[in-house]
Design a binder for this molecule. Structure first.
Ligand code: ADP
Ligand code: MG
Length: 623
C-alpha cells in the first residue's frame, strides 16, 4: 500500500472531467506506452544487452472482457520492476499529469485549440475507468512480477506476483459513463483512427483465412487480426518505392476516395528538424469541396490530429496525406504554435518542397504540367497570393491559357503580346476573359485586331490580377468586355468624327431621353465605322471591386451600379437615327439598337427579351 502524493486528491476528478470530448485518447496513450516499451526492448537487443531470442516477435494485444467490464492492453516490452512502477507510475507519470493539468486547468478555451494532448499519458486511463491495474514483469528476470492497482483515490496497492513472461498488461475497469469502450466496433474505430500506422503489430481478436494444407485441400484457420501497417509508405526511403506504392498508400489513408491523386511529394528531412511524410495533390477543379479527407499529423507513427493549422501553410490545406514529426510541440495551444521557431521552419520547408516539385514537373514534362494545371491552379494561385516566397518561386511557371487553350507562362505571354498590345503610354495590356461563352463577342473583336486573350476563370482571378499588377508595374489587366477594344488598348490612330459638334449634342440629348440614365453612362466615341454602333461595357475597376467584395462576403454598398454605353458615332446607323423624321420610328431604332447591344453581352433578360423576340418575329412577317 502507498499514497501517491498529497496533492493528488484533487487531480483525479479533474482528469475524469478533463477534455470531455477527448476521452477516447486514453487508448492512444496506453498503446503508445506499450509501443515505447517494446521499442525499448528492441533497442536493448540491437545494442546486444539482451539476447535476440528474448525479443521474439513482439506484438501488442487489445482485449475486451464484457462480463467483467474490463479492457486490456498487453505488451511484450521491457516491463517494469516494483521500483520502476514506484518511480515511473507513482511519481513521474503522476508529476507529468499534474504538471499538465496545472498548466491547462485555467485555460478552458485554449484547451480546445490544443494540438494533441500528449502529456497526460498513463493517467488519462482514469478518464474512463473506476479502477486501473498494472501487471508487469521486467525483462530483467531476476526481478519479480508486480501488480499495481488504483481505484482513482490517491491510495494504491503494489504487490509481488508470480513470474510470467516479460511485458505489461494494463487492465481498465471501465466506468459506468464509458461503456462505449467495451464495444468492439468503438475500439476498432479508435484503433483505425489513432493506431493504423503504429510501428508494433497490434492484435485485436482473430480472423479466419484459408490455408493450403495439401495440393488440393484448403482449410480454414484462425489468425491474429492485426489492425495496423507497421511500415507505412512515408517511413520508407523514397528510392525504395514505386508509383503503385504511393497509390496504394493513398487508398489506405482515404478509403472513400475513388480518384487517383495527381502527384505527390515525399518529405524526408533530418536537419534542422525531423520530418517525414507524403503530400498528395488531389484533383480539385474550380470548386473547393467540403473537406473531410485532410492532411493527417502523426508523431512517430501515432495519429495526433487532422487539424494542421499553423503547421502546414494555409494554401496547402487542400492537399492530402501525412506529416510525421516529433519536433512539433503537442501540448501547447495553437496560438503558441504560430510563433514557435521550429514550426515556422517546418512550414517553410513544406512550401519549398512543394515549389521544388512543381518546378520539376514543369521542367521535365511541360505537357504533363499543362494537363494538370486546371486541377492544381487553385492551390498555386492561393499560394501566390498568400506566401511571398512561394510567389517568387512559381511566378515563372504559373500558366495562363489563352482562349484557344494554348498555355503561356507570364513571360512567354508578355513576349508574345508586347509588340502589338502595348499602348502609346508604354503599358502592356493583358486582355482576359472570365467566361469564353458569355464574353464571346468581345473576345471576337479583340481577335480581329490580332490581340490575344487569356482565360482567367478561377475564383481567385480578381485577386491574382491585383497582385500581378503590383508585381509588374508596366502591365495592366483588362477584361475584354470592360470597354470597346479600341478604348482598352489605345493606339495613336486618330479617326475623324463624322458628326459635327451640334449633331453630337443632338444625339446625346436624344439618347438620354430614351435610355435609362441611372443604369447607362453614355459615351460618344469616334471609332472605326465598322465597329458596332452601340456597345455595352462594365468598367474594369468597378467590376473588379465588386468581384473582390463579393468573394470576401462584404456588401456592395458604395459601389455604383451600372454600365457604360459606348456609341460609335461613325457608324452608319447613327446618321440614320439622326435623320429619321418619324419620331416613333426613331425611338424604335434606338430601342432595337440597345437590345442588340444587350444581347451581344448576354444582358438581355426577362420581359425585355420576350418583347424583343416577338417583335422581331412580327417584323419578319411585315417585310
Ligand atoms: P510518458 O509516456 O510520456 O513517459 P506516461 O504517463 O504515458 O508518460 O508513462 C509514464 C512512464 O511509465 C513511461 O515513461 C514508462 O517509463 C512507464 N510505462 C508506462 N506504460 C508502460 C508499459 N506498458 N511498459 C513499460 N513501462 C511503461
Ligand atoms: Mg506515454
Amino acid at each position: 500500500m502507498g499514497t501517491i502524493n498529497v496533492t493528488a486528491e484533487n487531480i483525479f476528478p479533474i482528469i475524469k472531467k478533463f477534455l470531455y470530448s477527448d476521452h477516447e485518447i486514453f487508448l492512444r496513450e496506453l498503446i503508445s506506452n506499450a509501443t515505447d516499451a517494446t521499442l525499448k526492448l528492441r533497442a536493448l537487443a540491437e545494442f546486444g544487452e539482451i539476447p535476440i531470442e528474448q525479443l521474439g516477435n513482439p506484438k501488442i494485444e487489445i482485449k475486451i472482457n464484457k462480463e467483467k467490464n474490463t479492457l486490456h492492453i498487453l505488451d511484450q516490452g521491457i516491463g517494469m520492476t516494483e521500483e520502476e512502477i514506484e518511480k515511473y507510475i507513482n511519481q513521474i507519470a503522476f508529476s507529468g499529469a499534474s504538471e499538465f493539468l496545472n498548466k491547462y486547468k485555467n485555460q478552458t478555451d485554449t484547451t480546445h485549440g490544443m494540438i494533441g494532448h500528449f502529456g497526460l499519458g498513463f493517467y488519462s486511463s482514469f478518464m474512463v475507468s473506476d479502477k486501473v491495474e498494472i501487471f508487469s514483469q521486467s525483462y530483467k528476470k531476476e526481478f519479480p512480477a508486480v501488480h499495481w492497482s488504483c481505484d482513482g483515490s490517491p491510495q494504491f496497492s503494489l504487490e509481488i506476483q508470480d513470474k510470467k513472461e516479460h511485458g505489461t498488461e494494463i487492465v481498465l475497469h471501465i466506468n459506468e459513463d464509458s461503456k462505449e469502450f467495451l464495444e468492439e466496433s468503438r475500439i476498432l474505430e479508435l484503433l483505425n483512427k489513432y493506431c493504423k500506422f503504429m510501428p508494433i503489430p497490434i492484435k485485436f481478436g482473430e480472423r479466419e483465412t484459408t490455408k493450403k494444407i495439401s495440393e488440393d485441400k484448403e482449410s480454414t484457420i484462425k489468425i491474429d487480426n492485426i489492425i495496423n501497417d507497421t511500415t507505412p509508405a512515408w517511413t520508407k526511403q523514397p528510392s525504395t518505392l514505386v508509383e503503385d506504392d504511393y497509390q496504394k498508400f493513398y487508398r489506405v489513408l482515404y478509403p472513400s476516395q475513388f480518384e487517383d491523386p495527381l502527384f505527390w511529394i515525399h518529405l524526408n528531412i533530418d536537419h534542422p528538424f525531423h520530418l517525414t511524410g507524403i503530400l498528395f495533390f488531389p484533383k480539385l477543379k474550380n470548386h473547393i469541396e467540403i473537406q473531410k479527407d485532410k492532411i493527417q499529423l502523426y508523431q512517430n507513427q501515432v495519429f495526433v490530429t487532422d487539424n494542421v493549422e499553423n503547421i502546414v501553410p494555409e494554401f496547402l490545406h487542400l492537399l492530402r496525406g501525412v506529416i510525421d514529426s516529433p519536433d512539433i510541440p503537442l501540448n501547447v495551444s495553437r496560438s503558441y504554435l504560430q510563433s514557435d521557431a521550429s514550426v515556422k521552419k517546418i512550414s517553410g520547408y513544406i512550401t519549398r518542397k512543394v515549389a521544388d516539385k512543381l518546378e520539376s514537373i514543369f521542367k521535365n514534362d511541360r505537357k504533363d504540367f499543362e494537363r494538370k494545371w486546371e486541377d492544381i491552379k487553385i492551390i498555386i494561385e492561393y499560394g501566390m497570393l498568400s506566401e511571398a516566397k512561394f510567389f517568387d518561386r512559381v511566378k515563372k511557371i504559373a500558366l495562363y491559357p489563352n482562349t484557344e487553350g494554348i498555355f503561356y507562362t507570364f513571360d512567354e505571354f508578355t513576349e508574345k503580346i508586347k509588340e502589338i498590345q502595348t499602348e502609346k503610354n508604354g503599358k502592356c495590356v493583358y486582355l482576359y476573359a472570365s467566361n469564353k461563352e458569355a464574353q464571346h463577342s468581345s473576345i471576337q473583336s479583340a481577335k480581329e485586331k490580332g490581340y490575344e486573350v487569356i482565360l482567367l476563370d478561377s475564383p481567385l482571378a480578381p485577386h491574382l490580377i491585383q497582385k500581378l499588377e503590383e508585381e509588374y508595374k508596366d502591365v495592366s489587366f483588362s477584361r475584354v468586355d470592360s470597354d470597346h477594344i479600341d478604348n482598352i488598348i489605345k493606339k495613336e490612330e486618330n479617326i475623324i468624327s463624322k458628326l459635327s459638334e451640334n449633331e453630337k449634342k443632338e444625339l446625346k440629348k436624344l439618347l438620354e431621353s430614351n435610355i435609362d440614365k441611372h443604369k447607362f453612362t453614355i459615351n460618344l466615341e469616334n471609332l472605326n465605322s465598322k465597329v458596332s454602333p452601340f456597345i455595352i461595357t462594365i468598367p474594369e475597376l468597378m467590376r473588379r471591386m465588386k468581384e473582390i467584395r463579393q468573394m470576401s462576403g462584404r456588401g456592395m454598398l458604395g459601389i455604383p451600379e451600372g454600365y457604360n454605353l459606348v456609341v460609335n458615332i461613325n457608324h452608319e446607323l447613327i446618321q440614320r437615327i439622326l435623320s429619321e423624321s418619324d419620331e416613333v420610328r426613331k425611338k424604335q431604332l434606338i430601342e432595337k439598337s440597345m437590345e442588340l447591344a444587350l444581347i451581344s453581352q448576354n444582358l438581355l433578360h426577362g420581359e425585355r427579351l420576350s418583347q424583343f423576340v416577338s417583335r422581331s418575329f412580327n417584323e419578319l412577317i411585315e417585310k
